[in-house]
Design a binder for this molecule. Structure first.
Ligand SMILES: *Cc1c(COP(=O)(O)O)cnc(C)c1O
Length: 357
């Protein structure tokens, strides 16, 4: 039912991508006089004079083993942001096609669509941040090429119903359904990766930026059908992942246990934080979180936000975001950081910082 050849932009199917020196000869042993590199080394002591593997094969092999999927189903990007950008470029004609967003959600889907002049239409989540299938059915048109779902969602932190996602995958086989699983490591829920064989219209995004603790390196991953990965590979910059990053990611992949320990700690801290926040008189709601963030509704959110800034505690003001009125998004920190936050919040309450009328 899903015909990817019809969904991918036609000119990209025909596109002849840049062929790098490393594409034309992929062996590792030889006398390399093909890429105009500096043969001596680098001006710093570590050597970066050779171009990196444009296809990041070693990483894909290792990651494939870890996720039980073939390297041909994996795209690695300069952050998930690259994957988001390329996916929109792969499927949507500017000024013609649209993507469907489920706000409140991660801001980059909107920005990448805006840059490409791709239209955005909306089917907001329910007030409890669950998928609203009726709203989706009403919003969707023939021009809608993709549905973007974030689960666990940012900024609300909750997992959305896997049942509803599966229904969407089945009911909309001619729409690409992207599930952004940036926070999947923080849940017990299995990734949708294992459903890739079942749904050709399914695309999954994950990242090394959160649980793995590698945000500074910029590594995001996209899992999808081979035809989709092939297009992303065609339209990316040839060397989108630099040599340093590739080395570090390979190293990171040997330490999944450490990632799991971080996750355990962060979840424990989140529960501690939830517990303390509940006791504050000006907190009216803490939304259930399956991630490393807490969306918290305060009676006086803007005053709280400003006060925290004066104490050099920086949280995210989400009060202007749809369905997040009165809400602040708090990233779970170390216990030391969380205690600092709670100390400041208690002080705010004690001082009875009522916003001046
Ligand atoms: C943090 C986050 C990402 C990560 O983006 P990177 O570019 O990989 O750092 C992706 N999606 C969501 C929803 C996020 O919150």
């Amino acid at each position: 039912m899903t015909d990817l050849k019809k969904l991918i932009r036609p000119h990209l199917l025909a596109l002849k991508p840049y062929s790098s020196a490393r594409d034309e000869y992929s062996g590792t042993i030889g006398t390399f006089l093909d890429a105009n590199e500096n043969p001596y080394g680098s001006v710093i002591s570590e050597k970066y004079n050779r171009y990196p593997d444009p296809h990041q094969y070693e990483i894909k092999k290792k990651l494939g083993k870890l996720k039980h999927i073939s390297p041909t189903n994996i795209f690695i990007g300069n952050g998930s942001d690259e994957a988001i950008d390329l996916l929109i470029k792969a499927f949507c004609e500017p000024k013609k096609d649209a993507i469907l967003l489920l706000p409140p959600t991660y801001g980059m889907y909107q920005v990448c669509a805006d840059i490409q002049e791709v239209k955005t239409i909306y089917a907001p989540l329910t007030p409890e941040f669950e998928i609203d299938k009726d709203a989706i059915a009403k919003a969707i048109t023939a021009k809608t090429k993709m549905i973007w779902i974030c689960s666990p969602n940012n900024p609300s932190g909750n997992l959305v119903s896997t049942q509803l996602i599966e229904e969407l995958l089945t009911e909309y086989p001619s729409k690409i359904i992207v599930i952004d699983e940036a926070y999947i490591d923080f849940t017990q829920q299995k990734s949708f990766i294992e459903s890739l064989g079942k749904f050709k219209n399914l695309v999954i995004i994950q990242t090394f930026s959160k649980a793995w603790g590698m945000a500074g390196l910029r590594v995001g991953v996209c899992y999808a059908a081979e035809e989709i990965i092939a297009v992303l590979d065609k339209i990316k910059y040839p060397y989108n992942l630099n040599a340093f990053t590739q080395k570090k990611v390979l190293k990171a992949l040997q330490h999944e246990d450490k990632k799991n320990k971080f996750v355990e700690k962060i979840i424990k801290n989140r529960i501690w934080l939830e517990n303390k926040l509940t006791k504050l008189p000006n907190v009216t709601k803490i939304f259930p979180s399956d991630s490393n963030q807490l969306l918290v509704r305060f009676e006086d959110a803007s005053a709280v936000f400003e006060y925290l800034l004066t104490k050099k505690v920086i949280v995210r003001d989400r009060t202007k975001v749809l369905l997040c009125d009165g809400c602040i998004r708090i990233s779970v920190g170390t216990m030391e950081e969380n205690k600092k936050l709670m100390k400041a919040l208690k002080k705010f309450v004690r001082n009875d910082n009522v916003p001046t009328p």
